[in-house]
Design a binder for this molecule. Structure first.
Ligand SMILES: [Zn+2]
Length: 67
């Protein structure tokens, strides 16, 4: 498995793939050579946008069954 991150260097911004074992450690961006920390809770490869819980909907809608 691998951890995919975006390079924190704004001038670079490339995708950086680090090994799972690199979590919590410093890695080097292969593109711009800067060093940065791999967050421990970084998502693994293949994850898209973070899942957001849907906003709570009022149950009123169901009861409005007027005819
Ligand atoms: Zn970079």
């Amino acid at each position: 498995m691998a951890v995919t991150m975006i390079c924190p260097n704004l001038k670079c911004g490339r995708t950086v793939v680090a090994a799972e074992a690199a979590r919590g450690k410093v890695v080097r961006c292969a593109h711009c050579q800067i060093l940065f920390l791999v967050p421990r809770d970084a998502r693994s490869t293949g994850e898209g946008a973070p899942a957001e819980p849907p906003p709570a909907q009022p149950e009123d809608t169901k009861r409005r069954g007027r005819r």
